[in-house]
Design a protein around this ligand. Structure first.
Ligand code: HEC
Length: 151
């Protein structure tokens, strides 16, 4: 049983060790001028859904849960935020070209329809971010109206 004890000790050392990995902080205490809410007249109910369900990974301001202080959770989160913002940043929407804005709107509706966003792993810990059928319809309707206006 000696090896079992060694493995256990090794695991503890690794778990303690990873707590010291440097982390990113994605926080900003103001809403930038390029935020989607200032670019389009986003209805309040749609804006609420986006903020609750999407802004943690698609903006410059993440609402960190307590376990974000625990590794390896934070590493996972940092990765999602980095990748999510690269693909779509609601805070910087106004800096995108017209073409890119249209394309992103279209992608939003597609991702929501296909239940691909918010990421399923995120929903495990954020049940309040889960989109109801009604939420999805609100986003999709808004995007469709928006795209028609842009034509
Ligand atoms: C837990 C983090 C997280 C949340 C919350 C989240 N996303 Fe994402 N999103 C990502 C990541 C990571 C990617 C890039 C990788 C991928 O496509 O799976 C992405 C990609 C996307 C893309 C693809 C962009 C493109 O051009 O193809 C869209 C659109 C999108 N998300 C919309 C949303 C919407 C709308 C919500 C809220 C209803 C949302 N996301 C919530 C992490 C997240």
């Amino acid at each position: 049983m000696k090896w079992l004890k060694r493995i256990a000790i090794l695991l503890v050392v690794i778990l303690v060790g990873v707590q010291f990995i440097p982390t990113d902080i994605n926080q900003q205490d103001y809403i930038p001028k390029a935020d989607i809410r200032y670019i389009y007249d986003v209805p309040g109910n749609v804006m609420n859904i986006l903020q609750t369900s999407c802004y943690d990974c698609h903006s410059n301001n993440t609402n960190y849960p307590w376990y974000s202080n625990v590794q390896p959770m934070r590493l996972l989160m940092d990765g999602h935020i980095r990748e999510g913002k690269e693909e779509l940043n609601f805070n910087e929407f106004g800096n995108y070209s017209q073409r890119k804005q249209k394309n992103k709107l279209d992608r939003i509706s597609k991702q929501v329809k296909a239940d691909e966003m918010p990421l399923p792993s995120y929903l495990l810990m954020h049940s309040n971010a889960k989109l109801s059928d009604d939420d999805k319809q609100k986003i999709i309707n808004w995007v469709e109206t928006r795209l028609k206006q842009n034509e």
